[in-house]
Design a protein around this ligand. Structure first.
Ligand code: NAP
Length: 311
């Protein structure tokens, strides 16, 4: 089958190849998914560069973190999924392999694809929607009436988080660049701050939860807008959470999302009822995986980049 692989870590243009590799073996608890589309995320180019790994690659590594497709085989112990089911998944990060014609995924990481979404739309959701869900409901406690600030509201995670926070009943403020403010308003944000023209920490205060998708200076300035006892949840590194907590009397944490089929099924319900809308910005063919990765690496996202594997 065709798949995007690397044989060594390095720059995307130097090391990512689309080539033929064997169809993956199906373990007893795996479903084999015939991939129709795969979402592209910043973590994919970070993996290519070796930022997420320790040591050398033991062999070729198939890359790609999330897929939508059709079940083409199931392991002996699998219940709940059958050949022909339309599914989507944030695949096991230790295995990867989403930018490929087939991927084998443990059934616990798989959910039924929302029937109202195309494969491209469905493939754009698992990683970002699970990240947003876990940030807002596990790493913090966003509920009706919470005031939430979401940075990068037009990006992959931000666009999902704005919608999920609204569903949880929050008042949502989001930051975005000039060309993306209207999109973020359409997603449901009550207030959108164009971060290139306005400093959010000069106009906001009394925030319960900040979702930091940016880091650096944005992360530091976010501490100033939180209520005492509020919460900064970051999905990028936080250099010194303990010092920040002590100085500002707030909770500060960074976390890594985890794949989760049951949570994905709940998010699929939200999507199916129109309360979580995927935003697909660009679709590339599988052969152009390096170009898709480079687009995500360049930034400026308005929703997600997706690879259409087969129609
Ligand atoms: N910890 C985890 O489990 C986890 C999970 C998912 C993602 N991540 C990380 O989280 C980050 C965001 O991921 P993503 O998928 O949402 O990325 P993305 O799709 O590239 O979105 C980032 C968004 O932020 C905007 N932006 C850039 N600088 C900004 C600033 N100073 N203030 C406000 N917005 C700004 C960008 O647009 P403009 O350039 O037009 O402003 C873009 O819309 C990445 O570093 C990724 O690796 C971590």
């Amino acid at each position: 089958m065709k798949a995007a692989v690397i044989h060594q870590y390095g720059q995307v243009a130097d090391v990512v190849q689309v080539t033929d590799i064997p169809v993956p073996a199906v373990g007893p608890q795996d479903v084999l998914i015939e991939v129709r589309a795969a979402g592209v995320n910043p973590v994919d180019h970070l993996i290519v560069k070796g930022f997420m790994a320790a040591g050398e690659l033991p062999g070729p590594l198939a890359i790609g973190s999330e897929v939508a497709g059709v079940v083409s085989a199931v392991g002996d112990e699998v219940t709940g999924f059958s050949v022909g089911d339309e599914v989507f998944s944030r695949v096991d990060p230790r295995v990867g392999g989403g930018f490929a014609e087939y991927v084998a995924v443990n059934r616990a990481l798989v959910a039924a694809k929302p029937s109202n979404l195309s494969f491209e739309e469905a493939a754009s959701l698992p990683l970002v929607a699970l990240t947003a869900w876990q940030a807002l409901t596990e790493q913090s406690d966003v509920r009706a009436g919470s005031r939430v600030l979401i940075h990068g509201g037009a990006g992959g995670v931000g666009s999902a988080a704005v919608q999920i926070a609204k569903q949880l009943g929050a008042e949502v403020v989001a930051t975005a660049s000039t060309g993306s403010t209207e999109l973020v308003r359409e997603l449901g944000a009550d207030q959108v701050i164009d971060y290139r023209n306005e400093k959010f920490d000069e106009v906001l205060s009394g925030i319960d939860v900040v979702l930091d998708t940016i880091g650096g200076d944005t992360q530091e300035r976010s501490l100033r807008v939180l209520k005492p006892g509020g919460s900064l949840v970051s999905i990028v590194p936080v250099p010194d959470a303990d010092a920040m907590k002590a100085q500002w009397n707030v909770d500060v944490r960074s976390f890594l999302m985890r794949p989760h089929g049951e949570q994905l099924a709940r998010l699929a319900d939200l999507a199916e009822s129109g309360r979580l809308r995927p935003i697909v910005e660009t679709v590339f063919p599988l052969d152009e995986t390096p170009a898709a990765l480079l687009k995500v690496e360049r930034g400026g996202a308005r929703g997600k980049t997706v690879i259409g594997v087969r129609s």
